[in-house]
Design a protein around this ligand. Structure first.
Ligand code: G3P
Ligand code: MG
Length: 250
C-alpha cells in the first residue's frame, strides 16, 4: 500500500535548480511540491551529506571521493555554480539540516541511501537512526505517512536500516525487476518497489501491486508516459520536469 504523495520532485527541484541543494528544495516548494526524493551518503567523518555522485567533479568542483572529505569540508564547497551563476556558493547540504528543513516545511521525504562501495551498512545505520530520531513522535503515534521512506539499490544498506530503525519504512530500488524481486523485497521488509519506468512492464506492475507492495517509478519526465504508468497501477513517481508535471498531476 502507498500512503504517500503521487508526484515527487527528483533530487529536490528536478532540473530547475542544482540537484540536492537547499535551492532545489526551495524551487520545488515554489512549484507547489511538498514531496521530494533526494540522495544521501556519508562523508569521511561518518556524517551524512546530501549528494548524488560518490565523487567530486560534476556537481562540486574538485577531485576525489566524497568519503575523502569531512562533512564540514563538503559543506563549504560550491554545489551550485555548475548549474548557473545565480546558484554559485550553494553548499552541499548536511543531511540533518536538509531533513530538518523539509520537516519544518511539511515536505515529505523519500531519502535514497546512496552508499559508497564498502560503506553500505554504515550508511543505512546512520541515516535510519537519524531519521527515526527526527520522526520519533510521528512513528510512536503511528503517523507513518509523515515519516520518510528510505529507499536504496543496496540490499545491505536496507538491511542495516531495518536493523537500526525497524519502524521506519523502506523501499527497494531496482532498475530492472529481477525474477526474484519479491523475495528480495520481503527479505528487507520493504513496503514498496521503486523501479526504473524504462524497464517496467504492465505485467510486472500488476504483479507488484497484487503482491501488496507500493509501486513507485523513477524518473518520469513526459506527461503521456506519466499517465500511462498511472494507468498500469503505478502509485507514484518522481520527475525532473517539475515545470511540466505538477504535484496534483492525475
Ligand atoms: O530514487 C530514484 C532515483 O533517484 C534513482 O536514481 O541515480 O537518480 O539517484 P538516481
Ligand atoms: Mg536518487
Amino acid at each position: 500500500m502507498w500512503r504517500y504523495p503521487k508526484v515527487l520532485a527528483h533530487r529536490g527541484g528536478g532540473t530547475l535548480a542544482p540537484e540536492n541543494t537547499l535551492a532545489a528544495l526551495e524551487r520545488g516548494m515554489k512549484a507547489g511540491f511538498r514531496a521530494i526524493e533526494y540522495d544521501v551518503m556519508l562523508a569521511r567523518d561518518g556524517v551524512p551529506v546530501v549528494m548524488h555522485d560518490p565523487f567530486l567533479g560534476r556537481t562540486v568542483p574538485g577531485s576525489g571521493h566524497v568519503f575523502d572529505y569531512d562533512a564540514l569540508e563538503l559543506a563549504a564547497m560550491d554545489a551550485g555554480g555548475w548549474f548557473g551563476r545565480a546558484f554559485e556558493g550553494e553548499p552541499v547540504p548536511l543531511f540533518v539540516e536538509f531533513a530538518q528543513f523539509c520537516k519544518a516545511h511539511g515536505v515529505w521525504m523519500n531519502i535514497e541511501l546512496k552508499p559508497a562501495p564498502g560503506y553500505e551498512t554504515e550508511t543505512g545505520t546512520t541515516v535510519a537512526r537519524i531519521a527515526a530520531a527526527m520522526f520519533a513522535d510521528e512513528l510512536a503515534a503511528g503517523q507513518l505517512e509523515r515519516a520518510p521512506l528510505l529507499s536504496s539499490f543496496s540490499q545491505p544498506a536496507l538491511a542495516a536500516a531495518r536493523e537500526a530503525a525497524p519502524q521506519l519504512p523502506r523501499a527497494y530500488l531496482m532498475s530492472e525487476l529481477p525474477p526474484d524481486w519479491e523475495r528480495r523485497a520481503r527479505a528487507v521488509d520493504a513496503v514498496a518497489i521503486h523501479a526504473n519506468h524504462r524497464h517496467l512492464t504492465p505485467r510486472q506492475a500488476h504483479e507488484v501491486k497484487a503482491a501488496g507492495f507500493g509501486l513507485f517509478c523513477y524518473t518520469v519526465n513526459e506527461l503521456a508516459r506519466a499517465r500511462e504508468l498511472l494507468g498500469w497501477g503505478v502509485d507514484a513517481f518522481c520527475t525532473d520536469r517539475i515545470d511540466l508535471i505538477g504535484p496534483e498531476f492525475t
